[in-house]
Design a protein around this ligand. Structure first.
Ligand SMILES: [Mg+2]
Length: 120
C-alpha cells in the first residue's frame, strides 16, 4: 500500500547545488564545486538531523566531486537527481522564481534579482 508522503508533510526537499549550497561565480569545470554557502549548509544539516528527506536537485551530471563535497560539508551524501516529482514539497534554488499557486503572480523584487544577476 502506498502512502502519499507529501500529503503527510513527509515529502522530500530539493536543494540546488551551484549558487545555492555551493558558491558559484562562473563555470570552472565539472570537477570544481564552490565553497559552501554557510547559511544553506546549516539549513540542510538541520533538516538531516530532523530526519528529513533532502535531495540534491542539480542540472549537473552526478560525479565523484559532488559526492565528496557533500560528505565533507553535509556529513553525508544526498541522493542526486535532476527530476522533480509529486513528492517534492519544496525546492531551494537560486534561479527559481516563486509563482503563487494558481495565480501566476510573483514577488517582483525576487524576479528582478534573479534576472539581473550576473553569472559570467
Ligand atoms: Mg543554481
Amino acid at each position: 500500500m502506498s502512502v502519499d508522503k507529501r500529503a503527510q508533510g513527509e515529502g522530500w526537499i530539493g536543494v540546488d547545488l551551484d549558487g545555492t549550497l555551493a558558491h558559484w561565480d562562473h563555470f570552472r569545470g565539472e570537477e570544481h564545486i564552490g565553497k559552501p554557502v554557510d547559511a544553506m549548509v546549516k539549513r540542510v544539516r538541520q533538516w538531516l538531523r530532523e530526519g528529513r528527506d533532502v535531495r540534491l536537485l542539480t542540472a549537473r551530471k552526478a560525479n565523484p566531486s559532488i559526492r565528496r563535497w557533500m560528505v565533507e560539508h553535509l556529513g553525508q551524501q544526498l541522493p542526486i537527481t535532476n527530476v522533480k516529482d509529486r513528492y517534492m514539497i519544496a525546492l531551494y534554488d537560486d534561479r527559481a522564481i516563486q509563482v503563487k499557486r494558481n495565480l501566476g503572480t510573483t514577488r517582483d523584487q525576487d524576479e528582478d534579482q534573479v534576472w539581473n544577476k550576473k553569472e559570467t
